[in-house]
Design a protein around this ligand. Sequence first.
Ligand SMILES: Cc1ncc(C[n+]2csc(CCOP(=O)(O)OP(=O)(O)O)c2C)c(N)n1
Ligand SMILES: [Mg+2]
Length: 801
Amino acid sequence: MTAPQPKEALTFEDFKIEVLNDYKIAVTSRECSLLGRREVLTGKAKFGIFGDGKEVPQLAMAKAFQNGDFRSGYYRDQTFMMAIGQLTIQQFFAGLYGHTDLNHDPMSAGRQMGGHFSTHSLDENGNWNDLTKQKNSSSDISPTAGQMPRLLGLAQASKIYRNVSVLSKKNKFSENGNEIAWGTIGNASTSEGLFFETINAAGVLQVPMVMSVWDDEYGISVHARYQTTKENISEILKGFQRDEHNNGYEIMTVLGWDYAALVGTYQRAAQIAREEHVPVLIHVRELTQPQGHSTSGSHERYKNAERLAWEAEYDCIAQMRLWMIANGIATAEELDAMDTNIKKEVLEGKKAAWTAFVEPIKKEQNELVTLLESIASTSVNRVFIQKYANDLKEIKEPIRKDLISMARKVLRMIVGESGQPKLAAWIQNYLNTIQPKFSSHLFSESAQNVTAVQEVLPTYDTSAEEVDARLVLRDNFDAIFSQHPEVLIFGEDSGNIGDVNQGLEGMQEKYGELRVADAGIREATILGQGIGMAMRGLRPIAEIQYLDYLLYAIQIMSDDLATLQYRTKGRQKAPLIIRTRGHRLEGVWHSGSPMGMIINAVRGIHVLVPRNMTKAAGFYNTLLATDEPALIVECLNGYRLKEKMPTNLGAFRTPIGVVETIKTGTDITIVSYGSTLRLVEQAAKELLEVGIDCEIIDVQSLLPFDIQHDIKKSVAKTNRLLIVDEDVPGGASAFILQQVLDEQNAYDYLDSKPQTLAAQPHRPAYGTDGDYFSKPSVEDIYEKVYAMMNEVNPREYPGLY
Ligand SMILES: Cc1ncc(C[n+]2csc(CCOP(=O)(O)OP(=O)(O)O)c2C)c(N)n1
Ligand SMILES: [Mg+2]
């Protein structure tokens, strides 16, 4: 083995210091893993998954990682996080215990299990930090390969910043696109489709991405022979290698215990990616798992003695140590002495983390014990309550559940006594203080959250003509692109032809191929591109061609985008706009309206269902004034309907979370949204002919839902409620009913059973008849309302059947 090439100015002494420092980080990290496992086995922490066996390559990666760069990785990367100075011993243990204070667990404030790393892109008010001045790690998620789609976007942002001239000035996110996005993944997780989809897309896009595969031959207990063709990911990806005729990847292979080779490999990889914007794959082989996969199993069950012996010998830290001794960097005795000191340091850090974790809870415990004792003294149930207080006092290492659960049980025993108001106040105050530690930041809590934006109505010339509605969208996009250089859109057929419904007609010609782009057929990574770019200050609009195909991206929306603010307690955001088109059109795969499925999967993302293109355009304008992610579903059958062209393009704003009453009436409130509304309007006209006067409310925004409780106000007037949509029965209509009854308490005003009218439970059949017999029709709506009125007044509205 040869030593890594010291830079010219580096003396052997300097070099030695650097290597010794690396060794210290590796051993510190290892010691954390070992002690971490013990903390779980003794019950102080619930679960542990650690970075042991993967330390040395991460040192090499950290050396090549610069300010402004981003990592998108997984749970093995604790050594890397320590090496870039973003994870201390104490923070490591705080994460393991689930400390709910960001100052102690900056990764997620206890929301994620340990091993899920992140850095802070935002300050405490939700505003961007200067990301070019810090080393960045996008927040990890547990689903294997779930880090891949976002990685693509993080890398692509550099390409955009370098090549879109209005953006190439230095800003908070980029310096001429010099930043690399670094991916890490386990060998077994490369079996996932998301891995292959991302690898292909990054090769096509030629983005600065360095992808490391930590290969330990296993995925939990399952060996590589069940995971990877030829058991070798770099071997099978060889076709991606660039050559003199074709763009592609630079593919490198290196052994994970060879410190010197690793350092050299990572320096080379970084240079290629950073300077040439060519993606690099580094296959890091021969890694180990000294403690097995996680704390919930032992690898002795599935590795044979020979493998275990090999893992002991080729443990990367053991090999690094041998290399250091052989190259005169340190003696065995010196390294032993270092090891001893490190062990002590880790132990101290662990203790400090535990004390910091339990002390505040102990204070709360004392407070409650004192309160319970005083309540006991005046209660008829004093014996029981005193016993509860004593039991509580006995708990040496309390958790918050112990406290609040007991307080709530005692409350039941003192109803009507003098202690009741005091304890009730304590409980309410406790919940108000503690609940946000677990539930805040599902949405943005910054000044730019969606509810802060006021409605701006579209304005019209008196002579305004009606045009094809797609033109309203197109001209509004034009205004958006010219006003916001950081906005870009991409999707299947979005570029050259300006999307399948021509809502982007001519935009690529005007704004260039980078800002208005065609993408491959790969919904999950289209979403990921959007997430990654939004995390680096751009305002991407990711277009999914049809709502039916959003299912390919729903996993990444649900697991990554929807949880981002929440899982970082507001320290990362991705204000991505997802554009799609849906509701009724034609057949099984182009008429989907699975809104119930979507809204239940993506809490954390706003879901907007505009009834026409002016409303849709207004939503795009609104969202660009906010810092939150949202999905906009345009009406697939609405592009050729006529709408008036507004004069304030790019400026009018549709409010989010606000319903619109599109017809007033006195007999019944019909709540609907999207394409179905036009049928509801028609049915209402026909119902008026027999004297039934419907009030029609357009929900517009499923998430957030009717913040001002306008539906209740309507029901208070009409005393009847029908919810109509074209989702399956029990889909979004059930959600709306739950909101109106549970959240708004509208049942107080109902004189008839509240009802829903949805589509058939099967997918819609083809053709106009398929639509008629699959989705609610004008007659279905008419008859449903009529039947409700018949029940109220059979003389006035005699039965139809
Ligand atoms: C989508 C998904 N499926 C299954 C799991 C459970 N799981 C967690 S880690 C893992 C094995 C991963 O192995 P590998 O990618 O080789 O990483 P290593 O742990 O070996 O570093 C599995 C199956 C998961 N987290 N996500
Ligand atoms: Mg593995």
